[in-house]
Design a protein around this ligand. Structure first.
Ligand code: GCV
Length: 735
């Protein structure tokens, strides 16, 4: 759709008397010509655009059921619900739906179950998890009504957003009862106080620390609306590579200002705690978690934080990992460190999310085994308000990893899975990569912890081991780019994360469908085309980056582009050769019982699935095995040929996406079409680069020709190896 903006008021060539009529006629004409939107789609409105319902039959049916509406609760969250409905309904229907304070027949009534008007519906929300809601057809004061009701104000707001989603996606207004499957649905911002974002590809941090608390950017409210609309109820504002300054009064004032904006949306604020803060801010000689003065320092600090932010959520902590300080500096355990903070937070109902992303290059042990070695013995040693935060896989957010072996190994500990929405290893904000299939692959994986049917999702929603403190964390892909996430379609990952944290049983396809309808278009063919593209992106990227179980072969430090040749750095576990182990015999990391036995950390049925080279699913082959180049794959091809063809398939799939996207020309917003066309072209170029650089490099070991159909690389291996990207985004600038 093209941009149409006419500023009548500033057009001095039109005299005031005619301005009104001419203006009105033009507006009317424009409205008739462009019924659904008058502005270019810059992505800012996310999935809350509330464009006019395209199907007139559906619109008429909704209208019949919505003669008026009212929110019968009071308070800040009720006001947020009203504001959202005032914004949404005229957009969806093209005209205002009256607020009917005294009720009308066929009305929408919204409130908590404590509202006297909804008292008769109290029973419908009894037993629902906190913040669950019900949408039901009933009679209120004798009038036909649809009621949205929840035991909590936040649940009521979630119900409103769900109702709006039904309208936006053309669903029937049937009875709904919905409650979150996890409790802490939280974004982790790796945002620094200087506004750079570690591994951020969508501009600078949203948090304008310098202007806070005096200036409250309206964008903070839109951020909160977006999160509330998908059930996200927490945000960690700062990078896990933490800066203690955020705990000082000057910054706490600023954090408080953000918390005040987010509170009516049901969003709690959390911070990262730098473990050495008592030394850096408190001038103590130690940060030993068993030291009395250190404990007292944290208690005082936490008390102080709660004077600013009475509903402060707690801390995320990265300790003894990649140079961050931690309890092990003092010979203490992770549990000692986490419990010290947890004890101080406990009176205020705060929690600690203690990260299990730990590995030490001094330890002569497969890096993927180290977190389990460290944390498994601590099971049962953490206080009840501690969650151990575990990345989805045992390495580091690769395009494909098996699930982390800690899932299913710590039944006495609340585990919080961490996904990375920002695309550090997935093509930054340039490549289209819809992550819901990746999230689901992990959530659906069977740990066999309590026999068959013990998926990761049941570990983390608490049903497997009866935990009530549950959650899901996502490393945010949000920055201050106008469209929030850099790539105009990357918002789908933010959306999918929230939806799956609420209900991990939703399918990636259904979530994509919702997002497309709410964000881009309602036309069935457009929806189908984009959904097919989104669903293909995960496998596509795996194929052109890290096929057949390869991993960690990207550029040094910035992680941009292919670099399987990285070796001889200060840390072996940051190089590529450590992971692919290509040699004259074959390629891959033997993690079977004959190798590092990382597989031994999984339950026996999982071991049985992967341990045998002949049985191992080929998508994980080189993750678990060192495989001869001549190995016969299921296709009948040799490993070498299969590797070449899989890289090629990845490149071909991007070309397929380009063709699909081309068919949408004229059907989706022009500016969006142009932007995505350009980004897909870059993705194609980069997929080709990955294929050529990796195959040339691995060919040195396989010593075999490229099979028929694989094009000759455009450049030499040395050319690719010489490429440097001094200003690749996402790493902290060196001053
Ligand atoms: C925040 C990877 C990233 C780091 C990140 C780290 C982590 O190693 O490259 O930038 O640090 O993961 O998750 O702590």
């Amino acid at each position: 759709m093209s941009i149409i903006t006419i500023d009548f008021a500033n057009d001095t060539s039109i005299r005031p008397a005619t301005l009104l009529t001419t203006g009105r006629v033009l507006v009317l004409l424009l409205y008739l010509m462009v019924p659904f939107r008058l502005q270019a789609d810059d992505g800012y409105e996310l999935w809350l655009k509330y464009t006019r319902i395209a199907d007139p039959t559906a619109a008429a049916s909704y209208r019949r059921q919505l003669q008026g509406w009212r929110v019968v609760s009071e308070g800040a969250t009720a006001e947020v619900a009203r504001t959202e409905l005032r914004r949404a309904l005229p957009g969806l229907f093209g005209k205002t739906i009256p607020e009917a304070a005294n009720g009308v027949n066929h009305q929408l009534v919204i409130g908590t179950s404590q509202s006297p008007l909804l008292a008769s519906l109290q029973h419908t929300v009894v037993g629902l998890a906190p913040d669950g809601f019900v949408i039901t057809h009933t009679r209120i004061q004798g009038k036909e009504s649809i009621a949205i009701v929840s035991a909590t104000e936040t649940g009521m707001l979630y119900g409103v957003f769900h109702f709006l989603r039904l309208l936006q996606t053309g669903q029937p207004l049937a009875e709904v009862s919905s409650a979150p499957k996890t409790k802490v649905r939280i974004l982790n911002h790796w945002d620094n106080l200087d506004r750079t974002v570690e591994r951020g590809y969508a501009g600078f941090s949203l948090w304008d620390w310098h202007k806070l608390p005096g200036y409250i950017d309206p964008r903070y409210t839109d951020y909160a609306r977006a999160n509330a609309s998908i059930g996200i109820n927490g945000t960690v504002l700062t990078n896990v590579n933490a800066n203690a300054l955020v705990l000082t009064p000057m910054y706490l004032e600023k954090v408080k200002a953000l918390a005040d904006v987010f509170r009516p949306y049901g969003i709690r604020v959390y911070l990262t705690a730098r473990f050495s803060a008592p030394m850096e801010l408190g001038n103590l000689p130690t940060a030993d978690p068993l030291n009395k003065a250190v404990r007292a320092w944290w208690q005082d600090k936490i008390r102080e934080i709660y004077t600013y932010i009475p509903d402060f959520g707690g801390f995320t902590v990265k300790a003894n990992s990649e140079g961050q300080p931690g309890p092990q500096n003092y010979g203490r355990t992770h549990a000692d460190g986490a419990n010290m903070l947890a004890e101080a937070l406990q009176p205020y109902h705060g929690i600690v999310m203690w990260r299990a992303f730990v590995y030490d290059h001094q330890v002569p042990e497969d890096r993927t085994r180290q977190a389990y070695n460290e944390f498994k013995p601590l099971d049962g040693k953490f206080l009840p308000n501690v969650m151990v935060q575990v990345k989805n896989g045992p390495l580091d957010f690769q395009p494909r990893e098996p699930f982390h072996p800690l899932f299913g190994a710590m039944p006495a500990t609340a585990l919080l899975p961490e996904f990375q929405l920002t695309q550090e290893y997935l093509g930054f904000a340039t490549h289209l990569f819809y992550q819901a299939p990746l999230f689901k692959e992990c959530l659906d994986a069977d740990t066999y912890a309590r026999g068959k049917g013990s998926p990761v999702s049941r570990v983390i929603d608490g049903t497997l081991d009866q935990h009530t403190l549950t959650g899901m964390a996502g490393v945010a892909n949000i920055g201050n780019d106008r469209n929030w996430c850099g790539h105009p379609l990357a918002q789908a990952n933010w959306y999918a994360f929230g939806r799956l944290a609420w209900d991990h049983q939703l399918s990636p396809s259904a979530v994509a469908d919702e997002w497309i309808r709410m964000t881009l278009h309602q036309d069935a063919v457009v929806v189908q085309t984009i959904r097919a593209m989104l669903l293909a992106t995960r496998e596509t990227t795996v194929r052109y980056m890290t096929p057949l179980g390869l991993h960690h072969i990207m550029g040094w430090n910035h992680h941009y582009g292919p670099a399987p040749w990285i070796k001889d750095k200060e840390r072996a576990d940051w190089t590529s050769v450590y992971y692919h182990r290509a040699d004259a015999q074959g390629i891959g990391f033997d993690r079977s019982s004959r190798g590092s036995n990382a597989l031994g950390q999984y339950h026996p049925p999982v071991q049985a699935l992967y341990n045998d080279l002949q049985q191992c699913p080929e998508s994980y082959l080189l993750w678990f095995h060192h495989v001869p180049w001549s190995h016969t794959m299921r296709s009948g091809r040799t490993l070498w040929d299969e590797l070449c063809y899989t890289y090629q398939q990845g490149v071909d799939s991007v070309a397929w996406m380009q063709t699909r996207w081309k068919t949408l020309h004229g059907k989706v917003d022009d500016a969006l079409h142009t932007q995505v066309t350009a980004l897909l072209a870059v993705q194609h170029q980069e997929a080709t680069w990955w294929r050529d650089a990796c195959l040339l490099y691995f060919q040195q070991f396989s010593k075999q020709p490229l099979p028929t159909g694989i094009p000759k690389p455009a450049r030499t291996l040395e050319d690719y190896q010489r490429l440097e990207f001094p200003y690749a985004p996402g790493i902290r600038p060196k001053w």
